[in-house]
Design a protein around this ligand. Structure first.
Ligand code: LLP
Length: 415
């Protein structure tokens, strides 16, 4: 986390002191580093510079308009999974012609809007979806560019909830059925078959599953060629992991190296859909300790963030580092469960953490830039946290804190 570091005993985001930011904007607060987002994006772009490629940032990881805008300015494309995400990309100045549309349940209106916007490709996940895209395209007098997302049946060796490339998963078209579906797609006038796609899971910490999946997809491309179906682009999905604790995921350069050798002699444009590896370590969640609560069994540090702000620990048992903004030197560490105020035993951000704490201290939950704010909710009628972006020694509100009035605004009582 080089963009978040201690300077003179205080944790900073780039050159901004996080305790100052907490004072200025309140907590809980998501803080992102522009420089980190840019560095992480460029690492992918440079790693694949030897081939024709397009990095399509997976919007679901962090869809704040400012985040999308920072990446759009660098030339990023985007991987979207809903009409809402397309609207965000366009509002953030993203280029529709660099957008790929993934996801299992695309609706007619979403398909129509994406066709009108002129996206690069639909990543199609079932034969039924293919028929729907064909029908909508014909009704608009258009041809939809499509890839089939094939399911290569490869074990991504990650958490079962975020593993997507096994035959028992709901995603993609089984690779042994793909030829028939491709042949059908090629016969439909509303479709232009241009690509192949696969995404096998998230938070992968080894290149082996990616390489195995690529072998299977390349064999599929050769089979398709034998049947007269020419594939122009290969979308290798996202999924590259990050370090939350002691993982040693490949760097984007190592990831590229493991894959690019297999592509020699082919004229394929490579699309990639990284989300987490760009956003996770570009953000932290800043939170304040409200109370310390020692009991006979455990010590609890009750903080002002909770599972509604950051659900990864509760949902996946994910371990995310929790570090002090201003470490104490005059008190000893004790073992704490760091918990929120939500009425669920599953509401914790960290368990058994050794921390030297006083009430009122600020803590940073690390690696919170991806699948953090985007998965937050209003459970317990808690307004969602504000988001800010740091750019050197400047900081900008990129989403204001929700008020109680915001939460009530969409509801009404019976007459
Ligand atoms: N492409 C597709 C089709 C995806 O489904 C995903 C993530 C990505 C790209 C980006 O994957 P990434 O590079 O971020 O690993 N909420 C979970 C992660 C869910 C990932 C879903 N799909 C978590 O917090 O760990």
């Amino acid at each position: 986390m080089t963009f978040f570091s201690y300077q003179h005993g205080r944790l900073c985001a780039e050159n901004s002191d996080l305790s100052q930011l907490a004072h200025q904007y309140g907590t809980p607060l998501y803080v992102y580093s522009r420089a980190a987002l840019e560095a992480h994006y460029r690492a992918f772009d440079e790693a694949f510079s030897g081939v024709a490629h397009q990095v399509c940032y997976a919007v679901k990881a962090n869809s704040n308009l400012a985040v999308l805008n920072v990446l759009a300015r660098l030339g990023a494309g985007f991987d979207i999974v809903s009409g809402g995400e397309l609207a965000r990309v366009l509002a953030a100045g993203g280029d529709a012609s660099k957008v790929v549309f993934s996801g299992l349940g695309k609706q007619d209106a979403e398909i129509a809007t994406a066709l009108e916007a002129g996206i690069a490709c639909f990543n199609v996940e079932s034969a039924a979806e293919l028929e729907r895209i064909h029908r909508v395209a014909v009704s608009l007098g258009k041809q939809a560019p499509v890839s089939l997302r094939v399911n290569p049946d490869v074990d991504a060796q990650t958490h079962p909830y975020i593993s997507t490339g096994l035959k028992e998963n709901k995603f993609g078209i089984a690779i042994d059925e793909a030829l028939a579906v491709y042949q059908h797609a090629a016969s439909l006038s509303g479709l232009n078959v241009i690509g192949i796609d696969c995404h096998i899971g998230s938070q992968l910490t080894s290149t082996t599953p990616f390489a195995d999946a690529l072998d299977r997809v390349l064999a599929m491309i050769d089979t398709l060629a034998q049947h007269g179906i020419v594939i122009e682009h290969l979308d290798i999905g996202g999924g590259l992991g990050v370090r939350y604790r002691d993982e040693t995921p490949p760097t984007p350069a190592e990831y590229a190296q493991a894959l690019l050798g297999k592509l020699q002699g082919r004229t394929l444009t490579v699309y990639l859909e990284p989300g987490r590896a760009i956003a996770a370590n570009a953000g932290i969640l800043l939170t304040k300790v409200e109370f310390l609560k020692p009991t006979n069994y455990k010590n609890f540090a009750i903080i002002d963030a909770a599972m509604n702000d950051l659900i990864r620990p509760s949902l996946y048992g994910a371990w995310m580092d929790i570090i002090p903004v201003q470490p104490h030197t005059d008190i000893d560490k004790q073992r704490y469960d760091v918990v929120g105020a939500v009425c669920e035993t599953g509401d914790f951000l960290g368990k058994d953490r050794d921390l030297a704490l006083r009430a009122g201290d600020l803590l940073a939950v690390c690696g919170a830039g991806a699948y953090g704010f985007v998965m937050s909710s209003n459970y317990n009628t808690r307004g969602r946290a504000a988001e800010i972006m740091v750019d050197g020694d400047k900081s900008y509100v990129i989403r204001r804190r929700e008020t109680i009035a915001d939460l009530l605004a969409l509801e009404s009582v019976l007459p």
